[in-house]
Write a protein that binds this ligand. Structure first.
Ligand code: APR
Length: 187
């Protein structure tokens, strides 16, 4: 814990939850998460960056799968990326907070973690789902994201050894550092 109550990594048994600033398409992990839309149609933000860097093999598989409901995730190849899989999660669009957004966001992360386990993934990188184009407030999304991953890493049965949130800018990094500090303090 730093003096201001923020934190960059948390050990959970022999597993680890880490925060890192950067571009997820450059991150080396068994799998990386994507913040996709329910048509799996590609778009801007991290989705656009993943398809650009990974090449057309990812979209070809997305087309075959056809779509994914909000709160769920599907797995494709990672194409040219330095990962084996991309796990495309569909987070909720922010509609003011009364439309089940919190639970749908947690569910998108849970589904991603379950898919990772099903593929024997040991190292997973995740973006901050829904906090870009979809407008989910960062200060509310960060604790949900971290709590959901921490709960999963506490489970006896998971292939995951390290989950790293790869956060694109200072604002997002600061919100997650603050939320991880609170989580570690039991909040
Ligand atoms: N690496 C890591 N994070 C990134 C990157 C990157 N290369 N590029 C953008 N981000 C961050 C954004 O800064 C934001 O914090 O990803 C987070 C999620 O933002 P979006 O990508 O806009 O995702 P989301 O809010 O879930 O909206 C999904 O956006 O482009 C579309 O197809 C996508 O329709 C879907 C919608």
């Amino acid at each position: 814990m730093r003096g201001d109550g923020t934190l960059r990594s948390l050990r959970i048994g022999d597993r680890e939850l880490v925060l890192e600033k950067g571009d997820i398409t450059r991150h080396k992990a068994d799998a990386i998460g994507n913040a996709a839309n329910s048509r799996l149609a590609g778009g801007g933000g991290v989705d656009g960056a993943i398809h650009r860097a990974g090449g057309p093999a990812i979209m070809a598989e997305c087309r075959k799968i056809g779509g994914c409901p909000t709160g769920q995730a599907v797995v494709t190849t990672a194409g040219n990326l330095p990962a084996r899989y991309v796990i495309h999660a569909v987070g909720p669009v922010w509609r003011g907070g009364g439309a089940g957004e919190d639970e749908l966001l947690a569910s998108a992360y849970r589904s991603t973690l379950e898919r990772a386990d099903a593929h024997g993934v040991e190292t997973l990188a995740l973006p901050s789902i829904s906090t870009g184009v979809y407008g989910f407030p960062l200060e509310r999304a960060a604790p949900i994201a971290l709590r959901t991953v921490a709960e999963h890493l506490k489970k006896g049965k998971t292939s995951l050894r390290r989950v790293t949130f790869v956060l694109f800018n200072d604002e997002t990094m600061a919100a997650y550092e603050k939320a991880l500090g609170k989580l570690a303090a039991g909040g």
